[in-house]
Design a protein. Structure first.
Length: 171
């Protein structure tokens, strides 16, 4: 009677660990939507960004320290904003319109800086975040924690399934 309970607990724990890992990987992808390299005719790098309810595409924008950039931002649904406080940018966006930022020199230290929507746009407004990655910042252990924990959960699930599968009922 004890073995069926152990198997059921192992199967449930495995399923929960796998679903938890899948959720972490879906919410925190390693490099979701990195902006492609494009340069304007004037030597300023133009970065096209699409803003939508409730996200940014690309969600990660990589630039080099000292690089001159211009953001070309558009939305099709509702009013949004595009703000990078450290660069002094805050663009108001209207549906169906494209906004261009002024040329900005990235005079920031290597690191990761937040991008956010600066105009309330509905219930998912707080989740509208992106990242500006300047240079080659060192890895941040806090950002890796969900990946490490979810990987350990998958290993635990595999161990539980393996332990449950290795036991056979006596005949």
């Amino acid at each position: 009677m004890t073995r069926p309970i152990v198997r059921a607990v192992a199967a449930t724990a495995s399923a929960v660990a796998l679903l938890g890992a899948a959720m972490v990987w879906a919410v925190h992808p390693p490099a979701a939507g990195i902006a492609p390299e494009t340069a304007g005719g004037d030597g300023v790098r133009e970065i096209a960004v699409r803003v939508h309810a409730w996200g940014l595409n690309p969600a990660v924008i990589r630039v080099a320290r000292g690089q001159r950039v211009r953001f070309v931002v558009a939305t099709d649904d509702v009013m949004h904003g595009f703000a990078i406080n450290e660069l002094g940018l805050n663009l108001a966006l209207g549906p169906g319109r494209t906004s261009r930022s002024p040329d900005v020199e990235v005079a920031l230290a290597d690191g990761i800086y937040p991008i956010h929507c600066s105009v309330f746009c509905g219930l998912g407004h707080g989740a509208m975040k992106g990242r500006l990655v300047v240079g080659s910042p060192p890895p941040d252990p806090k950002r890796m924690a969900p990946w490490i924990v979810s990987g350990l959960g998958v290993l635990l699930a595999a161990a539980l399934v393996g332990a449950g599968a290795g036991r056979r009922r006596p005949r």
